[in-house]
Design a protein. Structure first.
Ligand SMILES: [Zn+2]
Length: 503
């Protein structure tokens, strides 16, 4: 039957995001959705793309980002779209831009300054206001967001070095309830960071409690990612068990030489726990981490690179050792002089990174820091690095598995219905790439070099990236967490828990 479509992507090799083997076919798009997939040579379209020699895949979902502000301030989202990313999940590690019902304290408390050191962007009094701004000023990509526990602590507590009082917990609960009603997908925590370290397990459980009726997700940058990772896993599981909610272990890693090799044990424990409760995890494909500069991290790092410094911006991109010799001082003094600042730490072992990436349930998330002057290359390179370096060049897993880890798996885990897969009826979030060419080019020396091998990128049926440049279109939507009966094993239609209103 001859049919006419808005768009036909012809002659591509389809990797559909489910993990299934690739096949040859044409993809037809009408409006925001995929209409048909198959042999469509007798059909016509207003616009055609010849995808011969290219992979046609669902657009990639960056499950771990700090893009809260970039979505509004730099809506073309070039670091992400240039990698084939069509959806980002913001508000991670306890840090969310919203809500901020009181004037933000200045200077902005680390790590909240990772999103905005000036404080100007901490201007959304409620989570609803923030999501409304995203809806009114859409970005090129879709976005979902957590509300951050550390942001809430900074709002309600005068002293962050102690557990929250009952009254403070109650205020945080009100804000979590507001955020969930507005469309947050859950609560994130960053218990490793100084402003949240004094929070007890009980505090986290109570603050998260209002998200339970919304089927919210608890995503956590765990209290420890070094030698005490096992204890942190126990705490993380206990929080999930107490609330009966899904838990997401953010950027799972083993940092510091003493912890190297422990991923054999952590993955066994995680796999065991997955039988008892809903646990998910993500990972970025590098052996270096990046966050605010602290002496503790620098001391356990083989090498430390400065990514930004408010007081000494001239040291961005420099090795901490060089800074010490140039200033003629100790590490402690150099770290103090640069504050507030950010850094890259070379603290992981390649075997752990490869093992965690290869673990079947592991999703890919960049953890990119878009406002750093000299960012970790994960911001610009994560997805092509998994496809090129880890899948094609090192053969860690098939291309189909690599794509699944950044599309279908992620959509199912987070609850993005009709996304992350290429099939008739799904949203037309589509990325074309050359499987032979694709590679990350961002390095620690040149961290903002664009990846190679990405072709066209579509979001909700609209082209956002063509000919190695953004088109300027901003078709992104605010996404909410929904559970379809198909995505929730064991769920029947009567227990369907669609969380939020339209989006
Ligand atoms: Zn984190």
């Amino acid at each position: 039957m001859t049919q006419h479509f808005d768009l036909l992507i012809r002659n591509g090799t389809i990797v559909d995001g489910t993990g299934a083997a690739r096949y040859e076919g044409d993809v037809a798009v009408c409006g925001e959705r995929v209409s048909r997939i198959g042999e469509l040579s007798d059909c016509t379209a207003t616009r055609e793309i010849d995808a011969k020699g290219l992979i046609v895949a669902p657009g990639f979902i960056d499950v771990h980002t700090h893009d809260d502000r970039m979505l509004l301030a730099e809506g073309d989202m070039v670091p992400k779209v240039s990698q084939g990313v069509t959806t980002v999940v913001a508000g991670n590690c306890g840090i969310s831009l919203a809500p901020m019902p009181v004037p933000v304290s200045r200077p902005v408390l680390p790590p909240l300054d990772l999103l905005d050191a000036s404080g100007e962007w901490y201007c959304y009094r409620s989570f609803a206001e923030y999501l409304a701004a995203l809806g009114e000023t859409p970005a090129a990509v879709n976005a979902a967001a957590y509300v951050g526990h550390t942001t809430l602590r900074a709002i309600v507590m005068d002293d962050l070095d102690r557990p929250a009082s009952a009254a403070e917990v109650a205020r945080m609960q009100e804000m979590v309830a507001e955020a969930m009603e507005a469309g947050a997908i859950g609560v994130s925590t960053g218990l490793a960071y100084p402003p949240a370290r004094a929070a007890t397990t009980e505090e986290v459980i109570e603050v998260c409690r209002p998200m339970v009726p919304h089927d919210g997700l608890h995503a956590t940058h765990m209290r420890d990612e070094g030698e005490a990772t096992m204890a942190s896993l126990d705490e993380t599981f206990a929080i999930g068990r107490a609330l009966g909610v899904q838990t997401l272990i953010s950027h799972h890693k083993l940092a510091g030489a003493a912890a190297h090799g422990q991923s054999v044990a952590t993955l066994r424990v995680i796999a065991d726990e997955m039988i008892r409760q809903k646990v998910s995890l993500d990972c970025y494909p590098y052996t270096a981490s990046s966050t605010i500069l602290t002496l503790e991290h620098a001391e356990s790092s083989g090498r430390t690179l400065i990514t930004w410094s408010r007081k000494r911006p001239e040291f961005s991109g420099r090795d901490l050792m060089d800074v010490m010799s140039e200033l003629g001082c100790s590490m402690a003094e150099a770290v103090a002089q640069l504050q507030p600042a950010g850094a890259v730490y070379f603290r992981m072992h390649e075997d752990d990174v490869s093992r965690i990436l290869s673990f079947d349930p592991t999703m890919i998330g960049s953890d990119g820091l878009p406002h750093d002057e000299f960012p970790h290359p994960r911001l610009w390179g994560t997805f092509p690095r998994v496809l090129g370096h880890y899948s094609r060049d090192r053969g860690l897993f098939t291309l189909e598995t690599a794509v699944h880890k950044m599309t279908g798996l992620t959509a199912a885990e987070i609850g993005f219905v009709d996304r992350g897969v290429l099939r008739a009826g799904a949203f037309a979030d589509i990325t074309l790439f050359d499987a032979g060419l694709i590679r990350d080019q961002a390095t620690f020396e040149e961290p903002t070099r664009r990846a190679e091998g990405i072709g066209a990128v579509l979001v909700n049926g609209v082209s956002v990236w063509e000919g190695d440049a953004p088109t300027g279109a901003r078709p992104g939507r605010v996404l909410h967490r929904q559970r379809s009966p198909m995505q929730a094993p064991g769920a029947n239609t009567g227990s369907r828990a669609a969380v939020s209103t339209a989006g």
